[in-house]
Design a protein around this ligand. Structure first.
Ligand SMILES: [Zn+2]
Ligand SMILES: [Zn+2]
Length: 174
């Protein structure tokens, strides 16, 4: 969305609040989720821009709802990913390098942060999602989810490979 900063730039106000959703059928803001992830609602953006004696900064927070699968147990998960988006706001022509990521650029009194925001969102979106931190995953033999208790597969004592070498050395010693 294009934000009109004219009241800020003219000194009439020192703060502009905004809240909107990024419409995803807009080609420019095409939001491609990572594999195995689908976004179930538009990106919600909320924030403000303040002017402090000519130094403008933007604080925003973007939220996106997703559906995905746990990387360990493959169960469906639903969640909301939150991105904090904070930038310095600069007027076009005042910077040597306008591609610097620390800045968002005002052009003709207007500011559009959506492209940078979506880029950041895709960059920061976790590549691996878990249903819960301590997800026990699936049994590699029978495929049963171990989150609901142990499966019936015979349990072999797993020996750390490093210990196994030690054990072998000890056995040879005897
Ligand atoms: Zn899981
Ligand atoms: Zn099993």
């Amino acid at each position: 969305m294009v934000l009109d900063l004219s009241s800020l730039l003219s000194g009439k106000s020192s703060r502009i609040d905004f809240e909107y959703e990024i419409i995803q059928d807009d080609e420019e803001n095409d939001i491609l989720p990572p594999d195995d992830v689908s976004f179930t609602a538009p990106v919600r953006v909320k924030g403000y821009i303040t002017d402090n004696a000519g130094y403008m900064s933007l604080c925003a927070r973007a939220e996106i709802d997703y559906k995905s699968r746990c990387a360990r147990c493959l169960e469906d998960i639903f969640g909301t990913f939150i991105l904090e988006f904070n930038r310095t706001v600069a007027d076009s022509g005042t910077l040597q390098d306008e591609t610097n990521d620390e800045y968002v650029i005002v052009k003709g009194g207007k500011l559009d942060i959506d492209r940078q925001l979506v880029e950041d969102l895709m960059l920061e979106f976790p590549s691996k999602l878990l249903c819960k931190e301590e997800c026990a995953g699936l049994c590699p033999k029978c495929g049963k989810s171990l989150n609901y208790g142990a499966c019936d597969c015979p349990k072999k004592k797993e020996i750390d490979p490093r210990l196994a070498i030690l054990q072998k050395l000890l056995e040879n010693d005897e």
